[in-house]
Design a protein around this ligand. Structure first.
Ligand SMILES: [Zn+2]
Length: 252
């Protein structure tokens, strides 16, 4: 009798282990732009959550703006929700892309959650390996903004202010998750900067190449844009309505 029980238990655990492995199979992380259609269209994901994970003292200033900008271009009839959470990332010196990915997948959940798309915006303490970098997009659902470097980017007399810079960088990195510029499609409009792949040549676009660097104040005259320009929006519309073909989509 005891042997029988042992065998049954063993079989049961083997079976549940097998199913467990399958359901915990790592979700494909993709490249920035790999979940662009998942946001732009509503075919599978009717709702979206933007998760802001921030270190204590690093509260994001552009949560509502990010929601607004995504609402303007994405089709989410069930709504876009802001979810914010304070996290002790336990790294406060230098981050590389793997550190950002590791932190996001350690502290956050899957990007594709039945009918809900989940994107993660991390606001850690510390700087990127290249300390001139203000923000990065590291996979299809993950960006990070380095507020310590954003502060350095504030201009003399507070122009541009660090808040302006953070707003622009936040929307800029979200734009990369939407595939801008030419990350997962080829635009019929010539607006990608030839010397800065994946970026706009228009300084009035939030996708302008200088926006994610501490040099931002040196390259932009006037106010810093926090909106996609008409060319960016035309690309997003083309992707959404299928007239622009998209590659590398995790779901489509
Ligand atoms: Zn960029």
């Amino acid at each position: 009798m005891r042997n029988y029980l042992v065998i049954v238990l063993f079989l049961t655990s083997a079976i549940s282990g097998c199913f467990g492995d399958e359901s915990s199979d790592e979700e494909a992380r993709g490249i920035p732009g790999g979940l662009a259609l998942a946001c732009l269209q509503d075919d599978k994901f009717e709702k979206m959550n933007i998760h802001f994970l921030y270190e204590e003292g690093y509260e994001p200033v552009a949560m509502d703006l990010a929601k607004t900008r995504l609402q303007e271009v994405c089709d989410k009839p069930g709504g876009i929700k802001i979810m914010s959470e304070q996290i002790d990332f336990k790294i406060d010196s230098t981050w590389d892309a793997d550190d950002v990915r590791d932190a996001r997948w350690k502290h956050g959940g899957d990007a594709m959650d039945s009918n809900t798309l989940n994107w993660y915006f991390l606001f850690p303490s510390g700087t990127y390996t290249n300390a001139d970098t203000l923000g990065v997009a590291v996979d299809a659902s993950t960006i990070a903004i380095f507020k310590d470097s954003v502060e350095e980017a504030e201009g003399f007399l507070g122009r541009p202010s660090k808040e302006e810079v953070e707003r622009a960088v936040t929307i800029h990195e979200a734009g990369h998750l939407l595939g801008l510029v030419n990350l997962v499609y080829q635009s019929p409009i010539n607006h990608e900067d030839p010397n800065h792949k994946g970026h706009s040549n228009n300084e009035d676009s939030v996708m302008y190449w200088a926006i994610e660097s501490t040099d931002i104040g040196n390259f932009i005259t006037g106010s810093i844009p926090d909106e996609f320009d008409d060319d960016d929006k035309a690309d997003l519309r083309g992707m959404a309505d299928g007239s622009l073909e998209c590659e590398d989509q995790l779901w489509s």
